[in-house]
Structure formats: C-alpha cells, structure tokens
Design a protein around this ligand. Sequence first.
Ligand code: MSP
Length: 471
Amino acid sequence: MEKIYITTAIPYVNGAPHVGHAMDYLLADVCSRYQKMLGNEVRFQAGTDEHGNKIFQKAKELNIPTKEYVDQNANKFKDFIKKLNVEYTDFVRTTDEAHEKRVQEIWEKLKDHIYLSKYEGWYCSGCERFITEKEYEENHGVCPDHQKPYERLEEENYYLKISDFKADIRDAIVSGKMLILPDFREKEILKLLDESPDVSISRPRAQLTWGVPVPGDDNQVMYVWVDALCNYLTVLGYPEQDIADFWPALAQFVGKDILRFHAIIWPAILLALGLELPKTLVSHGMVLSNGQKMSKSIGNVVDPLEVLEKHGTEAFRYFFLRHIDTFSDSDFTWEKYENAYNNELANDLGNLVQRLATLAYKNNFVYEKAEISLPDEYRDLMKEFKFNLAFDFVWGKVQDVNKQIDDDAPWSLAKNGETKKLNEALNSEISNLLIANKMLEPFLPETSAKIAQIFTNQIDPPKEPLFPKTK
Ligand code: MSP
C-alpha cells in the first residue's frame, strides 16, 4: 500500500462557484477514488484562497466585513464540493490561523533566497501579478483575461530568487521528474521559465491590507500567490509536522491559466525549502459556455447548482468527466448536456441494466460471482491521467454489452428452451457488465454501487430506471 497525496487549486472566494471550478475537484476525485481502488491510502486536499485585493474590494462594495464575506463564500464552496460527491480529506482556508502562522514560518525558511528591491513596471490587478515589458507589448497594454489596462507601479517589494533554481526546475521538467501534463503545455512552460525574472513576493501594506504580514517587516504583506501555493504544505501540518509520508504529491490538479505559478514559483519555493517537487502537475482546460469564455458581462456563466438540480450529481459527473476533455478547452451547452443524459446515461447504461436484470430475473438466473481484474488499457489511461479517454473506454465496454445482448438474443433462447445456452449468455453478459461497472466506480460511484447491488447472486431488477428519460 502506498500513501498518496492529491491536491486541487484553491479558488478565490470573491464569488460563488461556477461550473469551471468543478474540474479540479472532479479530476482529483477520480484520481483519488482510483488510487483507493488500487488499495492505496489517499490524502486529498481542497480549500479556499481568501486573501488579496479582489476579495477585499468585493466585500467593501457589498458593505460586509471582509471576514464575514469570506466565511459565507467559503461555505458555498464546501457545499458545492459535497454536492459533487467529492471525497476530500483535508480542507484549508488561507485565513485559517494555523495556515497564516505556517506561511510565516515558511517565509523565514526562504530567507536565503529573498531580497528587497524596488519594482517599477506593469501590474494586472485581475491576475494579481506583475507583467513583463514583453507581455505588455504583446497584449498592447490590456490584460486579455480581464480586459483591463495594466497599471503602472513603482514600489518596494521582496523578491524570490527564481534565478537560483531555474536550472534545477528545467532539469526536473525535462527529465520527467516533475511531469507536466498535457505534453503540449511543457514547451510553453520551459519558454516562460527561461524568460522568468525573479518574482516579487510581497506588496507594500498600503497596497494590500488583506493578507499575511511579512514577518519582521510591518510595511510589507505577502503576495497572495505565495500565501496560496503554500496551502499544499500547511494543510499537511508543515513545517512543524513531518510530511514525508505524503509529500511529494502524486498529482496536483490546476487549470491551464494558473499552471505558470505552479510550474515556476511553486517549484522554486519547494527547492528553497529543500523539499521534493510534485510528481505530476496536471493542467486541465477551460469549460466554455456556448463556445465562449464564461463571463458575467457576456451573461453566459453557467450556474453549477442549476446543472446539479437538473439531473443530479451523477449526471453532472458524467458530463464533466467524459464530455469535457481532461486537458483541452471544451464546451458546455444545455443541449449537449440533455443529449448526453438521455442518449447515453439513460439509454446506453440505464436501459441496459434494466433489461439485463429483468431477463435474469424472469429466467431465475443465479449469477456466480467472479473475480474482476481491470483491463490493462484502462489502467494505462488512468495512470496517464487521461480520464476522459478512460471514461470513453469504459463506455465502449457498456456499448459492447448492449451489442452482445442483441446478438445473443437471450429471449429467443428462453423461448426455445435452450437453457444451457441461455445461462451461458446471461453469465457472460453480466460478467462483462460488471467489469465495465468496476471501471466506472471512480467516475460514477453511486451508480456503480447500485449496479453492483442489483447484480448480486439473486438478481433484483430496479423498481425505477436508474436515469429516468426526459425526452
Ligand atoms: N486562487 C487561485 C488558485 C490558487 S492555487 C494555489 C485561482 N482561483 S480561481 O478561482 O480563479 O480558479 C480556481 C480553479 O478553477 C483554477 O484551477 C482555475 O483554472 C479553475 N477554473 C476557473 N475557471 C474555469 C473554467 N471556466 N473552466 C475550467 N476551470 C476553471 O486561480
């Protein structure tokens, strides 16, 4: 048995969760459930990123004390994760006292690689990060993600010497010691790494009040990203607790928009602390809405609670884990969602379970339980974090069983009194369904448990369809 650590990006709590936020949780949950299925022990972190100007200003606009505001939104995220049936083990909020204390201790440990200097240049308040001259020129002075002009800043900051670690980070990436997935992101990161200057890791208190104070300097507050990235360690009790059982993480799940922080600043912090780098950084694409980036101004933001309301948790998991590509941007539309629900969940799987269980029941068939082993192809896809492809593979097996029943025509065998042939056919069909069902477990845990329950020795057809059709 191995001890495995899996992490998710911690969202800003300057609003309610939207469907995009589900991706980190769902992918990490599939990974976690699969690891547990293999017999490993998993620690699975989730949390909320609660400092920074964006949050501070939002609370101010709403005229709510900042702490109250972050409490409210942190609860919305916790509820959301629960509704997705995501089994995290540890939850961290960056405003937790323990986290703040630990981050300050981490800062002290980084000191050999920190220096004070003056910054004069560009800043994006939407990204909460400094912008290089090159980026400024490429984007014509306007942030492409936030549609806001970059601001000119002149201020004193502490810097982390990325230059001390560039060569080691590059080696780790190139040698696959810290694997970046998908492959096509690796090149982008190596280029960014080469161009990366030392990064500013604090802001003057006058510019940022809602954050963790820099120890030993009352004028400076930690940059939100340093505070946020360290959550992956503080939640395990670092630095006062020994984290060697779980660190390095097997996989850290992040969106492509924040991969650069995780692939450059984060490894630099870890190397400065003398810690190992994560084994894999898995960067997922964006969920688009009708082909466009979700934005409040376009008015195309999809409310995840509405999606959950429609057909429940399992249908939500089904769509986002299979039809949203694990690594690339993919589109959500209500039409696609309805079609996937009716044609695939209800037809391919729900009907299959119903008709196979009914056939077995009517013919008094008793199923002899068999050992199930996972196909190599599935294991390989899961190991490579190609979850949507693994899910496609499972679905192919579900469709194969449908086809097998059509070909075997057990109803004709029953009618003609060919009992031996009938029993052989049912036995093989049910075995094949149960193999697919085992592979389904990390993706649709409730459905998989229900199906396993139906096809026990004495087969009991479900009273109601697993997924009632809506059209
Ligand atoms: N607070 C930082 C993360 C700090 S991690 C140490 C942050 N927060 S966020 O709320 O903007 O994003 C949280 C996660 O949600 C990120 O992984 C991000 O990529 C993901 N997504 C946000 N919008 C998304 C989509 N539309 N689609 C898919 N993922 C999306 O960044």
